[in-house]
Design a protein around this ligand. Structure first.
Ligand code: HEC
Ligand code: HEC
Length: 465
C-alpha cells in the first residue's frame, strides 16, 4: 500500500474513533472538544425524611428570635407547605428551629433560592427568579444598618442565638449586589463565607483568610429535578465527588464548627434522595402533538448529542462543552480559575475529607444541562440573560436591554418564557443589561441554523420535556 493511502486510512480511522468517542461520551483532552463527566459514588437515603428535614430541619441553627420576628412580621397567609406549629406562621422559605440554647429562631432555607410560586402554586426545586439581590449595597442593607441596634433589644440567650447569623450577614450582605433583580449571587456568598472560615475546623475568622476577588457574578438558579441525571454539580460542572457535601454548603453561613457540620451532614443522604425524587412540572396548556413529533426529529438531529434524549429512550451524555464551542458569557467559569485560593481552600477542607469526600474541578466552559421541565425555567442560560426559548433559539431576537413585570408576572406560553419589554436604554435594577460583564446573552447559536418552521417544531417539543 502507498504511504499516502495509509495516511488517509489512518486519518479516517482516527476521525471515526473521535466521532465514536464523542457519541459514547468518552473523555477528550483537546480543549476544543466536549468532555464527558464520569459519575462519582453517591449516598443513598430516605426521600421523605429528606423532605421533612429540608422544610423543618435545623441545617442552620442561628437566626432571628421567633418572638421578635413574629412581633414585627405579619403571619404568613399561605402556608404553602402545609406545615404545623410555628412553621405554619412563617413563609415557606424560612424554618423555625431551636438554637443550641433552646431559643426558637427563624432561619432562611434552601427554598429562598430553590422554590418559586408560579401561577399561585409553590414549585419546590424551581430556581427562584424573583429574588432581588440588586439593592444590597451596605447603605441599603437593613441588617448592616440596624443589626446592632436590634440586637441590643435581645435577651442574652436570644443574642447568642442570633449572633452567628448577624455576624456573617454583616460581613457579606454588602458585597453581594447584582445589577438587576431576578439573578442570584449565591456563588458570591460561597466565596465570601469560605474566606471567613478555617478550612478544617470551619470556625469563623473575623479577618478574611483568602483574598476576595472583586465582582459579583450573576447566575440563574438551576432546577433541582435536573440533578438526578447529572454526574457533576453547578454550571461549569466543577462540583465532583459526594453531592451531599455541596448540598449542605449553606450550613457555613452560621456553622459553629466541624462537629456541627458532621451532625448536619448526616442528614444529607436523605436530602439528596428527596432532591432526586422531584419531577419537573408538566406544561399546563395544550401541546400540538404532530408539531412536537416533528420537533423531536429536529431535536435529535441538532441538539441530542449535547442535551440527550427524552421519553422512552432516555439518555443523557453528561458533557462539558468548552468555551470555544459554547461561547456564552465567560465570567462564571473564569471566576473559578481566577480564584485558585477558593479551589485550594475547598479541596483541602473538611468538605473534601471523611467518608464522603467532595472536590472542585474547574473547567473552561459549561455543562450542557438536561432540558426536563425547560418550559418553566425561564430566563435561559446560566446567567438568565435570555427571556424566552424563542429568543434562545434565534439569537437575533435576543433583546439587548429587557425588563419584565415582577409585581404582575406574565408568562408567555408560546414563545415560552417571561413576557418582556425591550428597552432602548439600560436602567440599573429594572432592566437586564446584556452589555455588562457577566450578563452577556451571546453564544449558544445552535438554533440559528433552523428554519422558522423547525424552530416552531422544536419549541413545541421542548414543551413536552
Ligand atoms: C442564596 C441562594 C441559594 C441558597 C440559599 C441555596 N442555593 Fe443551591 N444554588 C444556588 C445557585 C445560584 C446555584 C447555581 C450555582 C452555579 O452553578 O454556579 C445553586 C446550585 C445548587 C444545586 C446544583 C444544581 C445543579 O444542577 O448543578 C443544588 C442541588 C443546590 N443548589 C441545592 C441547595 C440546597 C440543598 C440548599 C439548602 C441547604 C441550597 N442549594 C441553598 C443558590 C442557592
Ligand atoms: C455543542 C453542544 C450543544 C448543542 C449542539 C446544543 N446545546 Fe443547548 N446548551 C449547551 C450548553 C453547554 C448550554 C449551557 C450554556 C450556558 O448556560 O452558558 C446549553 C443551554 C441550552 C438551553 C438553556 C438551558 C437553561 O436552563 O437555561 C436550552 C433551552 C438549550 N440549550 C436548547 C438547545 C436546543 C433546542 C438545541 C438544538 C437546536 C441545543 N440546545 C443545542 C450545549 C449545546
Amino acid at each position: 500500500m502507498h504511504l499516502k493511502q495509509t495516511v488517509i486510512i489512518l486519518f479516517f480511522i482516527a476521525l471515526i474513533s473521535c466521532l465514536l468517542a464523542f457519541e459514547a461520551g468518552k473523555p477528550f483532552n483537546d480543549p476544543n472538544k466536549p468532555v464527558s463527566i464520569p459519575p462519582s459514588p453517591q449516598r443513598s437515603g430516605d426521600a421523605s425524611k429528606g423532605y421533612v428535614y429540608l422544610t423543618t430541619g435545623d441545617y442552620l441553627k442561628s437566626g432571628v428570635p421567633y418572638s421578635y420576628y413574629s412581633f414585627f412580621t405579619p403571619k404568613d397567609r399561605h402556608n404553602y407547605l402545609n406545615r404545623t406549629g410555628k412553621n405554619a406562621t412563617v413563609p415557606y422559605d424560612f424554618n423555625v428551629v431551636q438554637s443550641p440554647d433552646k431559643v426558637d429562631v427563624v432561619v432562611p432555607t434552601c427554598l429562598q433560592c430553590h422554590g418559586q410560586v408560579f401561577d399561585g402554586k409553590l414549585i419546590i426545586g424551581l430556581g427562584n427568579t424573583f429574588q432581588d439581590f440588586s439593592n444590597m449595597a451596605k447603605a441599603n442593607n437593613p441588617i448592616s444598618n440596624f443589626g446592632s441596634n436590634v440586637m441590643q433589644t435581645f435577651s442574652p440567650k436570644q443574642y447568642k442565638a442570633a449572633l452567628p447569623l448577624f455576624t456573617s450577614f454583616d460581613a457579606i450582605l454588602g458585597d453581594m449586589q447584582t445589577e438587576v433583580r431576578g439573578v442570584n449571587s449565591a456563588d458570591r456568598l460561597a466565596t465570601l463565607l469560605v474566606a471567613h472560615r478555617n478550612p478544617q475546623t470551619l470556625e469563623w475568622q473575623s479577618k478574611p483568610i483568602l483574598d476576595i476577588p472583586k465582582g459579583v457574578i450573576p447566575t440563574d438558579v438551576p432546577a433541582w429535578w435536573l440533578l438526578k441525571k447529572k454526574n457533576a454539580m453547578f454550571y461549569n460542572g466543577f462540583g465532583r465527588g459526594d453531592f451531599g457535601k455541596f448540598l449542605m454548603l449553606s450550613n457555613i453561613l452560621t456553622v459553629k464548627d466541624s462537629s456541627e457540620a458532621r451532625e448536619v451532614n448526616s442528614h444529607f443522604g436523605d436530602v439528596l434522595a428527596y432532591i432526586k425524587s422531584i419531577e419537573p412540572p408538566k406544561y399546563p396548556k395544550q401541546v400540538d402533538k404532530d408539531l412536537a413529533a416533528e420537533g423531536e426529529e429536529v431535536f435529535v438531529n441538532n441538539c441530542s448529542k449535547c442535551h440527550g434524549t427524552y421519553g422512552a429512550n432516555v439518555y443523557y451524555p453528561n458533557l462539558l462543552i468548552p468555551a470555544s464551542i459554547i461561547q456564552t458569557d465567560s465570567l462564571l467559569y473564569k471566576g473559578n480559575q481566577q480564584n485558585p485560593q477558593f479551589i485550594v481552600w475547598f479541596n483541602n477542607s473538611w468538605f473534601a475529607k471523611g467518608d464522603y469526600p467532595a472536590r472542585l474541578e474547574p473547567f473552561d466552559g459549561y455543562i450542557a444541562p438536561p432540558l426536563d421541565g425547560i418550559w418553566i425555567t425561564a430566563p435561559y442560560l446560566h446567567n438568565g440573560s435570555v427571556p424566552t426559548l424563542q429568543a434562545l433559539l434565534d439569537s437575533k431576537e435576543r433583546p439587548k436591554y429587557w425588563k419584565r413585570n415582577f409585581d404582575k408576572p406574565q408568562y408567555d406560553y408560546e414563545k415560552v418564557g417571561w413576557t418582556y419589554e425591550s428597552t432602548d436604554k439600560p436602567k440599573r435594577r429594572i432592566v437586564y443589561n446584556t452589555t455588562l460583564p457577566g450578563y452577556s446573552n451571546e453564544g449558544h447559536t445552535f438554533g440559528d441554523k433552523l428554519t422558522e418552521q423547525e424552530r416552531r417544531e422544536v419549541i413545541e417539543y421542548l414543551k413536552t420535556l
